[in-house]
Write a protein that binds this ligand. Structure first.
Ligand SMILES: C[S@@+](CC[C@H](N)C(=O)[O-])C[C@H]1O[C@@H](n2cnc3c(N)ncnc32)[C@H](O)[C@@H]1O
Length: 290
């Protein structure tokens, strides 16, 4: 069954049931992604109609979890988009070097590869400074995985070349060790990280941080939810704080754009203007870009 045969009204009925039974609100996710994912679950469950899922979502917890898992896309990598991590190293961390503690929020951290990648880069650029990291997601299974910090050997092998491409000059093996056929990241990288559940679609800001990575998350949201989440992220940044988006994500909304200046437009890295000293910030960025 092709995903464009899925009817919007039926999809909304199903998503309402998902919301009532699980608390997760996917109604403002991009309908193209939703239809593709729901079509896939429908086909693999051998169901003729989309609404055949309704009783299963209501009564079958296993099916409901399978559907939720399918709607939350958790693809990630160590040093995903190495040029982005190179820019963090060269342009962003020097701007934040004096923050104590440096407060970071990974919004939509999936299984944690991004969290460990950033922790490694911070150690290499800034040394052992006090850091407070929040790593959040809606997917509890991914969060548990992230908390353990255990990855498969191929993930780490792939991560090794990405680490070098991101400006790393040491060896990734200095930050992890083999454990029962997998690779465990050094606990020191994850011990200051608060892994917790946070739903960007429904939860409220929880405090201010200096650096937010919300990458490859909003790409799955419609414009309404993207704007709402950008507002939440903006409220959660200290003045002068840095917001990092994914390669295909943008600030794009007229109410959001003027609040930020570009730190590295190509890598989708933006700084929140301080009301009175946006020019100073621009000068700082120019200095580190030189
Ligand atoms: C494709 S992964 C991106 C992981 C990582 N940021 C990266 O760029 O590699 C998207 C993550 O966003 C999470 N997510 C989706 N909707 C969310 C929401 N409403 N609130 C918080 N996280 C969400 C998914 O569970 C998934 O783990």
């Amino acid at each position: 069954m092709s995903s464009n045969l899925i009817n919007n009204d039926e999809m909304n009925v199903l998503l309402e049931v998902v919301k009532q039974t699980s608390g997760y609100d996917f109604r403002d996710y991009s309908s193209r992604t939703l239809k593709r994912r729901l079509g896939y679950v429908q086909r693999s469950a051998g169901l003729e109609h989309l609404l055949d899922m309704v009783p299963l979502v209501k009564k079958d917890e296993k099916f409901r979890n399978r559907l939720l898992k399918s709607l939350s896309i958790t693809v990630t990598n160590l040093f995903r988009d190495p040029s982005f991590f190179l820019s963090l190293r060269k342009k962003v961390l020097p701007l934040l070097a004096k923050k104590r503690p440096l407060k970071i929020w990974h919004a939509g951290c999936a299984t944690g590869e991004e969290v460990y990648s950033l922790a490694i880069i911070i150690q290499e650029v800034l040394g052992q400074i006090p850091i407070l990291t929040y790593a959040t997601d809606i997917n509890n299974k991914s969060l548990a995985h992230a908390h353990k910090g255990v990855f498969s050997i191929p993930v780490v092998q792939e991560g090794t070349s990405a680490y070098w491409a991101s400006g790393g000059t040491g060896s990734l093996s200095n930050y992890c060790h083999c454990q029962y056929g997998s690779v465990k990241m050094n606990p020191s990288l994850g011990e200051k990280v608060n892994f917790s559940h946070f739903d960007l679609a429904t939860d409220s800001p929880f405090g201010k941080v200096d650096l937010i990575l919300c990458r490859n998350v909003m790409i799955y949201f419609n414009d309404h939810l993207q704007e709402k989440v950008l507002d939440l992220l903006t409220q959660s940044l200290n003045p002068g704080g840095i917001l990092c988006l994914g390669a295909k994500e943008t600030l794009k909304f007229p109410k959001v754009i003027p609040k930020y200046y570009e730190v590295d437009a190509l890598e989708k890295i933006y700084g929140l203007k301080r009301a009175s000293c946006s020019t100073t910030e621009k000068h700082q960025v120019m200095a580190v870009n030189l």
